[in-house]
Ligand binder design. Structure first.
Ligand code: ZN
Length: 447
């Protein structure tokens, strides 16, 4: 058996790995490159899509599924195997991604700039939907000479790491591993000794602070600013981060640790995801399942509402605090959150709570660095609101958790991380006598 990375090699996006046993070819993930690297999506895959026998997907994030429609357009004719929740989230994620691609093309056209060719469209998407094959976690599945099993990764509902056996050899692909000890999802399962582990290292350079500290700080921030009649803005990703924030708002409210105030989710995509959750409740922690079973929605604080139209979204601007607004985009690269910040940042009673990664030079990073004013929609906006970073909400394992998950594994190829972070993780693993290295694009590794 051998594996060759064709994405997420010394970078955090574009997860795509080819596993071969004899003539059989299994593709693990087929994700999009994102952010500064997104022009790499148009490049050839590095392998022949028509020669792939089957595709198995670890989870529903765009950097793990985003090139599936393109794989079909370029000749793949097999099926795509994934967990039931992943199959339900996939259309929401990919239809949003198609909409964003279209908007970008229109923007370029309006400016009279050259437009790149469309990579894929609705037809490729509907072809993909016909080929989705939901499979259960924890069951042996036969793929030609390979025995494949999906096991819980604790990163999203239904997220998996992928365990493959063939001819006495054992290979594990970590997918993305979740942050342990949070209450919404079950903790990641542990791997059993493998001949090779292809492991993510997004936070390979540092541990997260204890999650209980994050929640305590979140509660203090909310009390301070809501107590002053302020508005608390939480830029958030639609899939999982938004619902996790809602879960803790509901929990803090029910413990009377924070006041009950109106909470608005201004993201139709986040609402679409939330509506899928009750239908896949067995993929959540026992605590979340218990709440569902009592007829409660664990992701709805007392005064919850969500917007449907742009008019609903604009109407939020006229409301007075105290209130909480959760809106996209999580990285402040666009979306409705910018309208709320343009109006809210001048108010000293208001707060911005950052719960996810912010790219260098982006608005989120400028806020974290204490910018006194920002340019939003061509206007200069003075910043008097306070910005807080709660990195503990991360959906990824920190360094200590990666080392714990890898246990005594002997051979580890690192992917899905920036090179400097992967190198720090590699050094930590070497200190423990484990052999680890940074996987390279297109370079095959023998299992
Ligand atoms: Zn992910």
């Amino acid at each position: 058996m051998r594996v060759t990375p064709y994405g997420a090699a010394q970078t955090v996006t574009g997860s795509c790995h080819l596993l071969e046993e004899g003539e059989y070819k299994l593709l693990l993930d087929c994700g999009a490159y994102q952010g500064a690297e997104d022009d790499r999506n148009a490049e050839p895959f590095g392998f022949e899509p028509g020669a792939i026998d089957a595709v198995v997907i670890s989870h529903a994030h765009n950097d793990h599924i985003g090139r599936l429609p393109l794989l079909l357009r370029r000749g793949y004719r097999g099926r795509v195997y994934l967990s039931e929740p992943t199959a339900k989230f996939l259309p929401v994620i990919l239809e949003d991604s198609l909409r964003l691609m279209r908007e970008e093309l229109e923007r370029l056209e309006r400016k009279g700039k050259p437009t790149p060719p469309v990579l894929w469209d609705e037809q490729d998407l509907s072809e993909l939907y016909r080929r989705l094959e939901p499979v259960p976690l924890y069951q042996d599945l036969a793929f030609g000479p390979l025995t494949v099993r999906l096991r819980g990764a604790g990163h999203l509902p239904g997220s998996a790491f992928i365990d493959v056996r063939a001819q006495g050899k054992h290979f594990i692909f970590s997918g993305d591993l979740g942050h342990r000890r949070k209450e919404v999802l079950p903790d990641p399962d542990y791997p059993t000794a493998a001949d090779l582990v292809l492991c993510e290292g997004t936070y390979g350079d540092r541990p997260h602070r204890p999650f209980a500290d994050t929640i305590r700080e979140f509660s203090e921030i909310l009390n301070t600013h809501l107590g002053q009649g302020g508005k608390v803005f939480i830029p958030s990703f639609a899939l999982e981060r938004t619902q996790e924030v809602l879960f803790y708002l509901r929990e803090l409210e029910s413990q009377k640790a924070i006041p009950s105030v109106p909470v608005y989710v201004d993201s139709p995509m986040a609402e679409q995801i939330s509506e899928i959750y009750p239908g896949v409740k067995s993929y959540f922690s026992t605590e979340v399942q218990a709440l569902f079973n009592q007829g409660l929605d664990p992701f709805r604080p007392g005064q919850y509402s969500h917007t449907r139209s742009v008019e609903d979204s604009k109407a939020l601007n006229r409301l007075n605090g105290p209130l909480i607004i959760i809106a996209g985009s999580g990285m402040l690269s666009g979306g409705r959150i910018l309208h709320h910040l343009a109006l809210g940042l001048p108010g000293a009673q208001n707060a911005v709570v950052i719960t996810g990664y912010q790219p260098r030079g982006g608005l989120g990073q400028l806020l974290i660095e204490g910018a006194e004013s920002l340019r939003i929609f061509g206007e200069t906006v003075p910043v008097r609101a306070k910005t807080y970073t709660l990195g503990g909400f991360s959906g990824h394992a920190g360094q200590d958790e990666l080392l714990d998950w890898l246990g005594g594994e002997r051979r580890i190829a690192l992917v899905h991380g920036e090179p400097d972070k992967l190198q720090i993780l590699q050094q930590e693993l070497s200190k423990r006598g484990q052999t680890a290295w940074l996987a390279e694009w297109g370079k095959a590794i023998e299992v």
